[in-house]
Design a protein around this ligand. Structure first.
Ligand SMILES: [Zn+2]
Length: 81
């Protein structure tokens, strides 16, 4: 990324606080995550469970489900600010 664009299109990851050009929502909670944090979620043992619970909630018409919550190990790694 060029110096001109630096800082212009960047957002801050809600979890690791790193700057990132792209954010995606977490499967575990309502945080918006950088690609590195998304990748970390994708290999987490509870990732598939989090997706299954969310799909099940949507099927019952519950669109306000906010996720199963951040797993303990990730909470310890990224304590809420
Ligand atoms: Zn991050």
């Amino acid at each position: 990324m060029s110096e001109v664009n630096k800082g212009y299109y960047m957002s801050v990851c809600h979890r690791c606080q790193d700057e990132t050009p792209t954010l995606r929502s977490s499967w575990f909670n309502t945080q918006m995550l950088c690609p590195a944090c998304c990748a970390e979620e994708a290999v987490h043992p509870l990732y598939t469970h989090a997706q299954q619970v969310e799909f099940a909630k949507i099927q019952t018409g519950d669109y306000r489900f906010v996720g199963i919550g951040l797993p303990d190990d990730l909470q310890r790694k990224y304590p809420f600010k």
